[in-house]
Design a protein around this ligand. Structure first.
Ligand SMILES: [Zn+2]
Length: 282
């Protein structure tokens, strides 16, 4: 857990810097209808992406639930740290006497962070809603919206860490992230073709890693003439540089208009024996 100190601290630091960035810092808590915390989800997912990349560069494992929980907590803290950055860069109007000119002062010079959070950030405010509605909200409402933002941040960080850990596997034995070795894509015309292909690969996987790879290469040869279709399977092999153990990550995508949507239920990963090395590019 203590190894997470560096990626965790980077997530908090980047959050704080985002809070100090002009223009950007006014959109960090963007939400839809005060309930859907889009900003919290996206900002925290971005912090989790950065934290994961730092961990990967330092060969710090980010796999396993406890580690992911710890790192997600750092990302939520990083999202909360944006408010500290905003506090440090906020100016407030001040008028010392009724007829004196209004001057601007740094919020940080006249109040503590906790007073700023309680009195301004979570205080009563006018909320702008879609379609031009404005709402005079009490501090209970702003606090409720803030809590929703934090929950959104937790969801964003968790989703990103899960996604990254699946796509970039870690070799527990050697303490190394596996590196992309080879990849290939097979196109299928319709749902039946892709379903059969998927089932046959999984059936061969029960015979062993190499049998599954051989079947994938055979499927590629069979489908070689198919240049366009509504489905495609993508395979990527990632290899440990020390022990040559490979992880195969397989995804299925469906074409919707111009885009390809991943069918997450069809995603699977498989691990080769140690020393086998990458086989997809053969
Ligand atoms: Zn290894």
């Amino acid at each position: 857990m203590e190894k997470l100190a560096v990626p965790g601290a980077v997530a908090v630091l980047v959050g704080w810097l985002l809070g100090r960035a002009p223009v950007i810092n006014t959109h960090l808590h963007f939400n839809l209808y005060m309930i859907l915390p889009v900003g919290g989800f996206l900002v925290s997912a971005a912090l989790a992406w950065i934290a994961f990349q730092v961990a990967r560069a330092l060969e710090i494992p980010t796999h396993g639930q406890q580690v992911q929980l710890g790192l997600a907590a750092c990302c939520v803290l990083g999202f909360a740290a944006t408010d500290y950055g905003v506090y440090q860069s906020t100016d407030l109007p001040r008028q010392l006497k009724p007829d004196a000119p209004v001057t601007m002062v740094h919020a940080a010079d006249v109040m503590s962070f906790s007073d700023y959070m309680a009195g301004i950030r979570l205080g009563a405010s006018k909320l702008k809603l879609p379609a031009g509605f404005k709402l005079d909200a009490g501090s209970e409402v702003t606090t409720g919206v803030y809590v929703m933002d934090l929950l959104g941040a937790a969801g964003g960080a968790w989703a990103m860490l899960f996604l990254m850990a699946t796509g970039l596997p870690f070799c527990e034995k050697c303490g190394k992230y596996k590196k992309p070795a080879g990849s290939l894509t097979i196109i299928f015309r319709d749902e039946d073709e892709v379903k059969n292909g998927h089932l046959s690969i999984k059936a061969n996987l029960e015979k062993g890693y190499e049998a599954a790879i051989a079947w994938i290469l055979r499927l590629r040869a069979d489908q070689a003439g198919v240049n366009s279709g509504r489905y495609r399977m993508h395979f990527q092999e990632l290899v440990c540089a020390v022990c040559s153990e490979c992880t195969l990550v397989s995804t299925v995508e469906k074409r919707t208009g111009e885009d390809w949507d991943e069918l997450t239920a069809k995603k699977f990963t498989a691990t080769s024996p140690v020393g086998l090395g990458p086989k997809l590019t053969v």
